[in-house]
Design a protein around this ligand. Sequence first.
Ligand code: HEM
Length: 181
Amino acid sequence: MQGSIFTAFSEMVIEKMGMEQWNELLEKTEPVSQGMYTSGEQYEDSELVNMVIALSEKTGVDAEKLIQAFGQYLFTSLYNNCPTDVSNIPNLREFLLSIHSVIHVEVKRLHPQAYLPNFEYEDGDGTDLIMYYCSKRKLCHASVGLIFGAAKHFNEEISIVHPECMHAGKDRCKLVVKFKG
Ligand code: HEM
């Protein structure tokens, strides 16, 4: 996974828990990179997974919850470093619809070695937007956090229902984004 994801993760741990906790995580998980991440480089997914597991053991917070919280934190740093101009996207719905066909496409063009998840979209009941997420990484909880991060950015209130999940044996996750008001 790309270094930008790891640098955001280290920033989150240091900001919320302090430098000592970050150093403790590195000591415990002994990543090959030694925790020195550069945004455009690729690193082993297992480094992040091991740190999330260690953090979950330390704090007693579910790994899924930690990954979601990280997704929400990550949004701001991804948005601020977006390779395409997204400043004219007027609302959350348009933004979510552009992830797969615009944003991630541009990320892939700039970083051909990047592996990006697949999203398919469908209209749900009323104003609901259904996003089907599929990735070898099964980071659906990061997606949920990222979507909440985007909602905060657009100042829109949403809830997300996750009735089908790759972690429960489905081929893809179904995320139903419910727009309030
Ligand atoms: C709500 C908005 C977004 C969602 C739901 C989303 C979803 C995801 C997820 C779940 C991943 C983890 C990889 C995986 O699942 O296989 C990912 C990776 C990534 N996304 Fe997005 N994303 C969003 C916005 C953005 C934005 C604004 C950028 C702008 C730069 C971006 C760039 C990236 C990059 C660089 C990676 C890492 C690729 C790699 O590891 O090689 N994403 N995205």
